[in-house]
Design a protein around this ligand. Structure first.
Ligand code: ATP
Length: 134
C-alpha cells in the first residue's frame, strides 16, 4: 500500500551527516513554498529556504530546523545539502531570539550599507529555529 512505503533521506551539512535514514514523507520549505514529498515523486531539484523540516515515520514525526541549501528529489529518496540544520535539543533559543532581534533591527533601520537580502535570510534562520521549538 502506498502509505506504507518509505524512501531514504540523507541530509548533509558542512559539519556532519545530519541525518541518514528513511521516512514515509518529508516536508520542508523551498523557494517555491512548503513542499510535502512522498516516495515515487518525479525527479526534481529545489532550493531550500530556512524552515522546519518534518519527517513522518511509522513511529511519529521528527522535526528539525533546516536552513538554506539544495534538495535533490528522486522517486526513491531525497538528498539534502544544507548550510546548517539543528535538532530541537541543539537549538539555543536565546541565541535565536537575539539573532531575530538583530535582523529585525537591521531591516527596520535599512541603512544605505545594509545588505537587505542577508538580513532577511538571517531573520528566516532565526524564525525557523524558534518555530522548531514551538
Ligand atoms: P548567529 O547570528 O546567532 O550566529 P546565524 O543564523 O547567523 O546565527 P548560522 O550561520 O546559520 O548562524 O549558523 C552557524 C552555526 O551555528 C551552524 O552550525 C548552526 O547550526 C549554529 N547555530 C546558529 N544559531 C544557532 C542556535 N540558535 N542554536 C544552535 N545552533 C545554532
Amino acid at each position: 500500500m502506498a502509505e506504507d512505503r518509505s524512501f531514504r533521506i540523507r541530509i548533509i551539512t558542512p559539519e556532519r551527516v545530519f541525518y541518514e535514514g528513511s521516512a514515509l514523507m518529508a516536508e520542508f520549505n523551498t523557494s517555491e513554498g512548503e513542499l510535502g514529498i512522498y516516495p515515487g515523486h518525479i525527479p526534481m531539484t529545489v532550493i531550500l529556504k530556512p524552515g522546519v523540516l518534518k519527517l513522518t515515520q511509522p513511529e511519529g514525526k521528527k522535526e528539525a530546523a533546516l536552513h538554506t541549501g539544495f534538495a535533490e528529489i528522486l522517486p526513491d529518496g531525497i538528498t539534502i545539502l544544507a548550510e546548517a540544520a539543528e535538532w530541537p535539543g541543539e537549538i539555543d533559543i536565546a541565541r535565536a531570539q537575539a539573532a531575530k532581534e538583530r535582523a529585525e533591527a537591521r531591516i527596520r533601520e535599512h541603512r544605505a550599507d545594509t545588505d537587505m537580502a542577508r538580513a532577511q535570510t538571517a531573520l528566516l534562520r532565526a524564525l525557523a529555529r524558534i518555530e522548531t521549538l514551538r
